[in-house]
Design a protein around this ligand. Structure first.
Ligand SMILES: [Zn+2]
Length: 291
């Protein structure tokens, strides 16, 4: 299947058309699929985890929706919700932009971290939300990721990080970039402690987040069709010096070339995670028996 474009003039026009089509429908009842044009009953779409029943198009899930789709019936406790983003560089308009994203999403930052249960097993979870400033990583996102990983080490719990990000939040400058080193170092500590670390790419997974904790999982799973790589399409095309396939930054290409271990449809994601967690537990027990 041909994935929907995300960047570039064509994509912008497609998004505008999709928005207008949706706007023309009765409020709150129906949604038109931006990929195949099918009219979807919102309640059915919600039941189907926001996946088009006709073409399999995966709509973006917000962090709270994602958590609800993965953990056992409300079994989630948020961590570090008290961390507050500050305009450390005094970047003009940063506070206004933050306020806009907060109002638009009802979230305080681009990530939610916490402890949840999946099939009765306790895990540490972090979920980036692409709706909040394209899931960009600044100081608070990095700090929440690191604290979640440190908690996992202290309590011997597996970690699952859901990635959906345009990269580093450039308005935080160098402190933003430093989150790459900080979160990568935390991943190394997880590895040293023998803690299972699973990465799930859930939407555009790009740049500094992919080039740090988004690529350091023991297992990397991806939802189908998403964009993954170092840059957005328009930047890649400007910098392109050799011919590469059209899909070279899609999850399917990354799977073929070993960056991703498996592509899993959203409906199968929870059961896949359960199997992976079971595999990790069995392996840990085998190692303990052998010691
Ligand atoms: Zn569709």
């Amino acid at each position: 299947m041909t994935p929907a474009p995300w960047f570039g003039r064509k994509a912008k026009a497609a998004r505008k058309t999709a928005r207008q089509s949706v706007d023309a429908l009765p409020d709150g009842l129906w949604t038109k699929c931006p990929k195949c044009g099918e009219i979807l009953f919102n309640k059915e779409l919600q039941k189907n985890l926001r996946v088009c029943s006709k073409c399999g198009y995966h709509y973006i899930l917000g962090a709270r929706e994602r958590i609800a789709s993965i953990v056992d019936d409300g079994a989630f406790e948020e961590m570090d919700a008290n961390l507050v983003t500050v305009n450390i560089l005094g970047f003009e308009e940063y506070d206004d932009k933050l306020a806009k994203w907060r109002q638009r999403t009802g979230m305080d930052e681009a990530i939610v971290t916490g402890i949840g249960e999946i099939d009765g097993r306790t895990v540490v979870i972090g979920v980036l939300d692409f709706h909040f400033w394209a899931g960009t990583m600044g100081g608070v996102v990095g700090e929440r990721v690191v604290r979640a990983m440190e908690y996992a080490i202290k309590n011997d719990l597996p970690v699952i990080m859901f990635i959906a990000s345009g990269g580093i939040r450039v308005t935080e400058g160098l402190p933003g970039l430093m989150q790459m080193a900080k979160t990568s170092a935390a991943c190394a500590k997880l590895h040293e402690a023998g803690i299972p670390y699973i990465v799930v790419l859930t939407d555009n997974s790009l740049a500094g987040v992919l080039a740090s904790y988004g690529s350091l999982g023991d297992f990397t799973i991806s939802e189908p069709g998403l964009l993954t790589g170092l840059t957005a399409d328009r930047v890649a095309k400007q910098a392109q010096v050799v011919n590469v396939p059209d899909n070279f930054r899609r999850a399917e290409f990354a799977l073929e070339h070993g960056h991703i271990d498996r592509i899993v449809a959203r409906k199968e994601l929870k059961s896949t995670l359960i199997k992976l967690l079971e595999f990790c537990r069995n392996r840990e027990e085998d190692e303990e028996d052998a010691a």
